[in-house]
Design a protein around this ligand. Structure first.
Ligand SMILES: Cc1cc2nc3c(=O)[nH]c(=O)nc-3n(C[C@H](O)[C@H](O)[C@H](O)COP(=O)(O)OP(=O)(O)OC[C@H]3O[C@@H](n4cnc5c(N)ncnc54)[C@H](O)[C@@H]3O)c2cc1C
Length: 383
């Protein structure tokens, strides 16, 4: 396997690196403290093509392969996971799903605006009572003539208060479990849809996370995405690719932790010499470095499998499981290198740890990834 990047891939990575240095790094602390990323970042992401990666150019996409997508996602994650998550959800979970499952009218309606950053998407699967057990969700969509009437509540929805469209999963018949679930593209200005910002998150503070409530929300039947009853498969296929994106973001966190730890260890002196000279500090740094490499290679493998049209779902679960746990370890090790200074937010590593912590929880917890990998190996489902 050739691990050398092509010119296009290198160019995409450099573009993202420059963007992070110019548009994100100067604001990271301020956005984190204010619990608010400046929303103008979305249009800037769109204008550079970061919200259209892998999407066909005829719908406003910027093309590129999944490795380029990983490289950009890693750089954004290195800069600020709150910004990285905006892209992973709007592009990775919503735009790409519409590109795969949408009819021509749905593609024309949403893709050019989403890829340009003129609209934002959110992914409405989790509910207050069903997280890991998403197949038992209770939001209902009842057919009424040419419409569906939707009632239910979605929880922890990334981009929730910013989004123009929710890729919403709701039950369209009483078949228990995942077979009765369908997917809809619900414009967020539809009467009856309300949103509440969730404050007080440990990390990803700059990101708009919301509870989305649907009360008698009437949408035309044309908002159904894919066939009725296929919603759970649509959600799971979106999440399988999404896990690669989370993993790439985690590589970015771990790389940022490594850069910060190496830089600080070279400058900070104790007992009359830089702490970088102490073997126990070198151990912390080398542990981070190995985590970065291993997580990156697992993530690149997923991109390679997708681009070659091979099965990638189990590899994506492995990458997401390892990279998310590695990001937490890496950020924690970096914080240890910083000593007490790591514990205050004038230094970068505390935020890295807070942001990393959710990565083992969303888009399938670490336990759920292990069950998916175990099912693939044994042929027996634990769900
Ligand atoms: C910041 C943030 C952003 C999010 N963004 C989105 C979003 O955009 N869209 C969306 O739909 N959701 C989103 N989520 C929701 C996220 O995907 C869920 O939180 C996650 O799926 C876990 O569900 P839960 O929180 O209900 O935990 P639970 O499912 O209640 O799990 C609790 C614990 O039980 C364990 N557990 C559960 N079932 C099993 C089992 N069978 N075997 C072993 N252990 C098990 C879990 O691993 C976990 O440790 C977000 C969450 C957060 C915190």
């Amino acid at each position: 396997m050739n691990l050398e990047l092509s010119e296009e891939q290198e160019a995409a990575r450099q573009l993202a690196k420059d963007f992070v240095a110019r548009e994100i790094a100067p604001h990271v602390v301020e956005w984190d403290r204010a619990e608010n990323v400046d929303r103008s970042i979305v249009k800037k992401l769109g204008s550079l093509g970061f919200l259209g990666l892998t999407v066909p150019e005829e719908y406003g996409g910027s093309g590129g392969d999944h490795l380029a997508y990983c490289l950009v996602t890693e750089e954004l994650g290195r800069g600020d996971s709150s910004v990285r998550g905006i892209v992973s959800v709007s592009l990775g979970l919503v735009t790409k799903t519409i590109a795969t499952w949408g009819d021509e009218k749905q593609k024309q309606q949403w893709l050019p605006r989403l890829t340009a950053g003129e609209a934002i998407g959110c992914f409405g699967l989790t509910e207050p009572g069903t997280g890991s057990d998403a197949g038992n969700l209770t939001t209902k969509a009842v057919r009424d003539g040419d419409s569906y009437v939707i009632n239910g509540t979605k929880m922890f929805i990334t981009n929730g208060t910013w989004a123009d469209v929710v890729l919403l999963f709701a039950r369209t018949n009483d078949t228990p479990g995942h077979k009765g679930i369908s997917a809809f593209l619900v414009p967020t200005d539809t009467p009856g849809l309300t949103r509440r910002t969730i404050h007080g998150k440990l990390g990803l503070r700059g990101q708009a996370t919301a509870e989305v409530v649907l009360e008698d929300v009437r949408v035309p039947a044309t908002t159904l995405l894919g066939p009725e009853g296929k919603g759970f498969s649509i959600a799971m296929s979106a999440l399988a690719k999404g896990r690669m994106s989370v993993a790439a973001g985690c590589v970015g966190i771990a790389q940022a932790a490594l850069d910060a730890a190496v830089g600080y260890a070279g400058e900070r002196e104790q007992f009359g010499k830089p702490i970088a000279g102490y073997q126990l500090v070198q151990e912390l740094i080398s542990d981070i470095a190995v985590d970065v490499d291993a997580a990156r290679l697992l993530t690149w493998r997923v991109a390679d499998l997708i681009d070659r049209g091979e099965d990638f779902a189990t590899a994506a679960s492995k990458a997401k499981l390892f990279a998310s746990e590695a990001a937490v370890r890496a950020a924690s090790n970096a914080l240890q290198v910083f000593g007490g200074y790591g514990y205050i937010d004038e230094y970068p590593v505390g935020k890295l740890l807070r942001d990393a912590r959710v990565m083992t929880l969303y888009e399938g917890t670490s336990q759920i990834q292990k069950l998916i990998i175990g099912r693939a190996l044994t042929g027996v489902s634990a769900f």
